[in-house]
Design a protein around this ligand. Sequence first.
Ligand SMILES: [Fe+2]
Length: 589
Amino acid sequence: MKILGISAHYHDSAAALVVDGVPVAAVQEERLSRRKNDASFPLGAIEWCLGSAGLEPADLDAVVFYERSMLKFDRTLTSTLRAFPRSWRSFPSAAKNMLGEKVWARGIIASYLGVPRRKILFTAHHAAHAAAAFLTSPARRAAILTADGVGEWATLTVGRGERHADGRTDITLLREIRYPHSLGMLYSTVTAYLGFAVNEDEYKVMGLAAYGHPTFAEQVRRVIRRRDDGTFTLDLDYFEFHTTAERSYSSKFLDLFGPARTPYQPIDLETTEGRRFADIAASFQLVLEETLVAIASSLRRETGLPDLCLGGGVALNSVANARILNEAGFDRVFVPPAPGDAGCSLGAALYADRIYFKQPDRDVPDHPFWGPAIDPHELARAATEDGQGLQELDEPSLLERVADDLVAGRVVGWLDGAGEFGPRALGHRSILAAAQPAAMRDRLNRDIKFREDFRPFAPVVPIEYADRLFEMPAGGARLARFMSGVFPVRPEWRESLAAVTHVDGSARVQALERDMAPRLYDLLQAYGRRTGLPVLLNTSFNLAGEPIVSRAVEGYLTFRRCGIDVLVAGNAVVTKRVAAPVKSIKEYA
Ligand SMILES: [Fe+2]
């Protein structure tokens, strides 16, 4: 069967194509439209998915939308009416912002794609999250926990999945927590309070948390009240997201935590105000972790299953994921490369295949590379027209040459094969650099990513070395496969890994198996032969505020606009002619 999954009209629209039970293509609309977090109907992504498989819309057996849009409309209407008259002004904007065209999803899909309406299906939003987490993992039986801002009504679900020996698949969501009680909304509220962009900058709160102390934890526990079984309710007096589209926190929230930060106010950790913001981030982060650990622990006891699949945008919180692995009693925790709403396109398609159409179980390839592939000729053309020197090298020479560049302190743009599905660069659309000098982190923040100083960079390391350098619990390497867990750097290595060690001594490490990205793995080995330490700094190939590059020409334009010294696509290497002064690692140190 040929099934197209679609996420759209909230944030991070995406399309995914599943053929005979296995993904063949998946991409976020932003990677093609070049509009960050593009939420529009993902026509570009759909066209690319179908085109890459040589299909026309008429060939599809089903098109699956990632939530039941009428139920969501019902939720928006009901919560607005409940809050009336406070909310009377918010409904039109809530309807526009949160629903947009979604209520009419069936008509829109039918008219854009020309498929009959009977072929258009809907999954419950958290069923799509659950399927994206469970059906892309190698686990045959697992507990499932999903958490996000909100879908239709559910904001958190617990359940279990099983791939039976006879080919049947079950996904059962046992219980849910409903809007407006939501961990995602809680975290988005503090994101907005701290002056960052909601649905986009939540990870900045997590990064900032490491600089603070959870001195406001008691106050946060007043805002979110836990029950004995780990479930929770939000005290709605502290929030306004459910009644107005203008502000997510109430004046009572401000009374409790103090004035909010404006987006342009610098965070200076030398000042009391700067430290207060870091402490508030640390406090919300701590309470989020505690809540998730409590829910996961009770799910572990209830199901008796050793594996946990985590889905929903909250599963992007890699500090919380590591705590769940460490403390909730599971042997392994699986987080897919795209646990957020974009990943629901793939989840919805897989759910329809296994559950709705009852197609036989299939192993899903265990990698994130479902996006458009690099065309190295495109880079050759752009570089030649632009008068930049381009070399084409055979594979071994290229790896040796790039390893030399990295040792010399050069920053490398690395494009390889198909793009990642999901927000992390896992070795195909990466900016790579030496992980040793702290000055490298500052240079990347200043000259390349143009972003705040407190944002950490992540290391990538061959899986065989991960345990030696990082304090990985059993099962940690699995969480680190898609960079989904933060672990302590072993104290003796912190100085040698200064550019990728966060202020609290941790790192969001990617433990790379050769099978997943062999060229990057071989580059790490070549680099390790020179330095004794096969670890590189790996950050996504994009500038602040832009989507990760997709095509070689986008990589080239980014390379020309920032401080990247060397660009690699396939076997082509471009070295910037007007390079910034290059310092060796020794000079950085
Ligand atoms: Fe979601």
